[in-house]
Write a protein that binds this ligand. Sequence first.
Ligand code: BTN
Length: 323
Amino acid sequence: MKTITTNLTKLVTLLNDGDYHDGTTLGAELQMTRSAVWKTIKKLTNYGINIHSVKNKGYAMKEPLILLDKQQIKKKLTDKNIEIDIFENIESTNDYLKSHLATKKTRICLAEQQTSGKGRLGRTWHSPFAQNIYFSCLYFFHKDLSELAGLSLIVSLAIAKTLSSYPTEKDFFIKWPNDIFYHHQKISGNLIEVQAETNSKCSAIIGIGINANMLEDPQNDITQSWTSLQKITGKYIDRNELVATLMSHLVSYLKKYEEKGLSPFIKEWEMRDYLFKRDITLKHLNTKISGTGRGINEQGHLLMKCADGTLKAFSSGDTTIAK
Ligand code: BTN
């Protein structure tokens, strides 16, 4: 676990003009020795950032890169009291927030890279350096844990709303309960870990991964069809803006959900329901059930019209579209 340094952010900002900068000038601007500049450049190249190094000219970065920046994010948030921790690398932003449960305050953790990013159902979440959003939010509810059944649907709706603020030809859909899809390709997922507190209160660590600027997966680590915001829009995405928009939608959706439950969101869900009227297979415990997606019930459970004609509700499981 390593926090992101101001020098790293400043160096990247200087190199972001695409021109060559020599080590001495960079050192003077950053008040660092030439060797410290070289070490920082080396660190970035080890993370996979493409930096050209030419004798007598210096260093140049040919693709845009904006690192996560606490001030840039805070500036855009309405609630200035939210604590934000940003790491250069960390095992998992969700796991980090577990050590802050006693604080009882909303807190965000972001990282440029996760070394053990967690997905749902024990999967790993591919988390390359500075390309995507690896975001977790610790949030406290004045509700009993049993009343949070639809939480991951609400989080998915807030993510889809955030993504829809970027101009695209098509809209974003949600594959129950937590996958965001764009044109049949996954762009985001969320992993929520809840904890019961005393006096009918509870807390949740809401972990969100969004593919922002990822254009390729050279190691072929991702096992399903995927896309990213940059692939869709053709533009480099400023992740600080994306995080601030996400946080403001997330908080407003969570507040409304806490006050009014799932019912005010049903219409919005119907508009984004990726599984509706599709032939699907649900892996539930050790069985596979086939049927057609029929929306959700008031608890947020998936409704499926099964082969025998009955309508069944499922509270958990992994769905796939039948071929
Ligand atoms: C999924 O679709 O399987 C859920 C993916 C959740 C990934 C995010 S990235 C930030 C947070 N930290 C983690 O370790 N996982 C979540």
